[in-house]
Design a binder for this molecule. Sequence first.
Ligand code: DAH
Length: 337
Amino acid sequence: MELNKIRQDAIQKLQNVTTERELAEIKTLLFGKTGELTGLMRKLKELPADEKPAAGKMINDLRVELLSLCDEKERTLHINAIEAKLNSDGIDLSIDKPFHTVGAAHPVNQVRKKLVDYFIGNGYVVYDSPEIETDYYNFQALNIPPDHPARDMQDTFFISDGILLRTQTSSGQIRLMEKNKPPIKMICPGRVFRNDDDSTHSPVFHQMEGLVVDKHVTLCDLKGTLEGFAKFIFGDETEIRFRPSYFPFTEPSVEVDVSCFNCHGSGCRVCKNTGWIEILGAGMVNRKVLENCGIDPDEYSGFAFGMGLDRITMITSAINDIKLLWENDVRFLRMFR
Ligand code: DAH
């Protein structure tokens, strides 16, 4: 009789439980030290010996049944609690949110890295030269004295008298040669600045200078070097040609063209129907420049070259406006991942 009542009561109470705390209270009431079922177990002792087994079994059966009901209730409460928290936190897993994308190097940096790797592989050291420069390193030591007409081509941003933003990485040649004696093999990549602004010119752009000085360096070495570089960047079938030119810091000076990687010489938009693309200036280091750096031009000779990294990026990626490289529009940059 008593067992039945305990059972009915417990089931009734469990049905109304809504929190884990209420459930804990019921469990104490039933199974705790002074709980109802514990009490009944104690009372077993008072029964006559022949009734004890049957009564004990009944109490234990009820205990097992109620324990399992409590467990079940506990699971339900736990699940409900998780769901309630999910709803109240306002996490809507059905929202279609774009994934974060992985970044990548800027196209000019990709070209720069590729070229730097190539020249390092050919024994060159990478030299970092300052962007804020003196007139001496940017011009005079490179055989461009004040009033030299060659200054006209390089619309210079002056900071103060004699201090300027370098217009060319050629200044790195002087700084390196002042401190290092031949043999020299170096490249100097970096930003340069000119007061120039249209679809193919930006006031800030990138160049990479190259310099080799040793005994018996000739124009042939220059040609072989640039041929290797051109094939590496534009493809194995690429040929190069030298056109006579003038730079104050090289003598003789050349302008270097590569055969068009797009049409292989037959003429197209990339090469403006000429079959050739102009990519850099170069030449044999002028004796005066070597002398300015304390290197004996009778003992040593050298070649130098300078290229525009933005220009090479524009050529290889068919970009027709240099602004695209500076605006940092991610829709554009994503095309180069
Ligand atoms: N500094 C030149 C420029 O900015 C490029 C150049 C030409 C660099 C010939 C050289 C060179 O080292 O030999 O237009």
